[in-house]
Ligand binder design. Sequence first.
Ligand code: OFO
Length: 180
Amino acid sequence: MSDKRISDDMEQALNRQMNQEAQQAQAYLALGVWAESNNYGGIADFFYKHSEEERQHMFKFLEYINTRGGEAKIGAIAAPADNPSNLKECIEDVWQHELENSRKIYDLVDKAMAEKDWPTFNFLQWFVKEQIEEEALIDGLRDKFALASEDRVNNANFYSLDRDMQDASQEAELPREQKL
Ligand code: OFO
């Protein structure tokens, strides 16, 4: 392996975030199972796709750490949180989760800047942009949920919400749609 071009401290911080992305993939996977077993098939697809995206994020960190002469260290993944008790709680949990992830990315950006580690600063800009998109995506779903739940007359709006989530644009394909 070539000489290391990131600090030990940065290597550890990037490894933490890499494992955090793996943890997020696991959390979205668990939410997909929860949604599917509650007959929200569209929402389940949304979470399964998002789990794949988080896994791709994990790989971006892995490749970057190794490319800079560091070593990506695959850590343990904790069990996901308990299932939400309803769809509203589920969407709010996801929202808080993404906000927290944005804060972690910004902390890394701060660190890269403090260390004058411009390659890492540049690498992280992709994630800053990604979090803008992810926050907008989940915030949009919160709005749709609010609209759907205003109509208490029937469940038709929940059905539409489910379809909207299935069709929401995401970069990853469902694992079952990928060509092996
Ligand atoms: Fe939900 O985003 Fe990764 O970083």
